[in-house]
Design a protein. Structure first.
Length: 264
């Protein structure tokens, strides 16, 4: 009998290594493989795919407690995965998982999300990635969400999506309702919906009387039609959106070439 080695799973997030969502996810995923945790030292929500280029990064390992062995970096989610892939780890992992984020990442959120960015960074190195987010903030039912994440990762491993280390590695964006685990057996494969513009910037004054500005809240759903992530969540389903990194507008590319934009 041949013993197949367990997959090596790298887990990161954007809420920081102390976030309850990260701990719940790690505990739920451990039975599925050999887990390495490399996460930001502090919250980096909204960091997108930013890399820290203006200063060196420091890496620390937690000793003792429920996060024993967790590694944290004073940088962004993308920093964490990038450092792991470019020399910190002896070899590439088989799967990169990010989350569980506190709050949804649907529609255009994926362009800003540090949670999604960590999974994207893995895909850029040819390793499949999954980004997990919980719809409502506050960590309610986080252990139930982590159990659902376990089921989705297990499904991905069984279907061999996580075995292809190439430029077309799978990227999934998953949003999980804050519900009991018994209600989280329903999944929908979806496309990204669309939001209205963000809420207006919030203007306040600091103690010196100078105006300061806070980015406004995300806008409401504009396209929540059937088949979108918004629609699935509204119906109580887990939303699973397959994504890709190619931003080329191929139809426009062909049209521009046919209209004489190429020169020389």
């Amino acid at each position: 009998m041949i013993n197949t080695p367990k997959p090596h799973i790298l887990i990161s997030n954007d809420d920081g290594y102390l976030a309850p969502g990260l701990l719940a996810l790690v505990n739920a995923i451990r039975p599925l493989g050999r887990v390495t945790v490399i996460a930001p030292e502090q919250n980096h929500s909204g960091a997108s795919n930013s890399l820290t280029l203006s200063r060196p990064l420091s890496i620390h390992r937690v000793a003792g407690g429920e996060r024993d062995g967790f590694i944290f970096i004073n940088g962004t989610p993308t920093d964490c995965v990038h450092v792991a892939m470019t020399g910190f780890l002896d070899s590439k992992p088989d799967l990169v998982i990010s989350g569980i984020n506190q709050g949804e990442n649907m529609g255009e959120d994926v362009l800003y999300s540090g949670t999604v960015a960590a999974a994207v960074e893995g895909v850029m190195f040819g390793v499949p990635g999954i980004a997990f987010s919980q719809i409502d903030r506050g960590w309610a039912r986080i252990d139930d969400a982590a159990k659902a994440a376990h089921d989705i990762v297990a499904q991905m491993l069984v279907s061999n999506l996580a075995q292809h280390h190439n430029s077309t590695a799978s990227l999934l964006n998953v949003n999980i309702p804050n519900r009991p685990y018994a209600d989280l057996y329903r999944w929908k494969v979806t496309r990204l919906g669309n939001r209205h513009h963000s809420q207006p910037v919030v203007v306040q004054k600091n103690p010196r009387g100078e105006e300061i500005y806070w980015i406004g809240a995300a806008g409401h759903a504009k396209d929540n039609s059937e088949g979108t992530d918004f629609h699935a969540i509204d119906d109580g389903y887990i939303s699973i959106t397959p994504m890709q990194l190619d931003l080329t507008h191929h139809a426009r590319l062909a049209a521009m070439r046919s209209n004489g934009w190429d020169r020389g």
